[in-house]
Design a binder for this molecule. Structure first.
Ligand code: ZN
Length: 195
């Protein structure tokens, strides 16, 4: 089977050759997104069933069927709760794009180590905050107290949202036929700041 022959753009198919497939657990809980080839392996091996298909026929050695768009696993899998990846953007999102010292809401943020790295501060959720350029400059290599600043709240590791894994896999693209399986889905919030 060669999904490279499915390059035509149609009903959610991407021209770039990436055909995302939504994977549901046996209890219909959205798990993640996989590529078409992986989904087909799961379906042909009996490990998943097709719930929605792209409007695109595929031919395998054995049979002809529509390319899956949403599949459901034939068995229930347990998975550890995903952890939010520690990136600049995720820190900004956790802090609601607000400087944690002066409270300014801006897209022009920097990352500040609350305990400076030069003092042994770690690069971890509980030591990183969003800071506007002015506050970051004022703080420099000093501690919060030394710089006479105040943290609005202690930094913490955020809990991943229900669709965190899917949001990260998809960026902003969601096929409309998926929406009934992922109610209240919101694409990952984007800002001008890059990771
Ligand atoms: Zn500030």
């Amino acid at each position: 089977m060669d999904d490279g022959n499915l390059a035509q753009h149609s009903n959610g198919f991407h021209r770039n050759g990436y055909h995302p497939v939504l994977v549901l657990n046996h209890d219909y809980e959205p798990l993640n997104v996989c590529n078409l080839r992986r989904a087909i392996v799961l379906v042909l091996s009996g490990k998943a069933e097709v719930l929605e298909a792209y409007d695109r026929a595929m031919t395998s050695v054995r049979e002809r069927f529509d390319a899956p768009s949403v599949i459901r696993l034939a068995y229930f899998i347990r998975r550890p709760r995903p952890k939010v990846k520690l990136t600049r953007r995720e820190v900004f999102m956790r802090d609601d794009y607000t400087c944690q010292y002066c409270g300014a809401k801006t897209s022009d943020l920097t990352i500040d180590h609350v305990i400076p790295r030069s003092r042994g501060g770690r690069h971890s959720w509980d030591n990183l905050v969003s800071a506007c350029r002015a506050c970051n400059h004022r703080k420099g290599g000093r501690t919060v107290a030394e710089a006479r600043l105040t943290l609005r709240r202690p930094p913490f590791e955020p809990r991943p949202g229900r669709y965190y894994t899917i949001q990260r896999a998809l960026n902003s693209h969601v096929n409309t036929e998926w929406l009934k399986f992922i109610p209240d889905y919101e694409p990952l919030h984007r800002s001008s700041n890059r990771d």
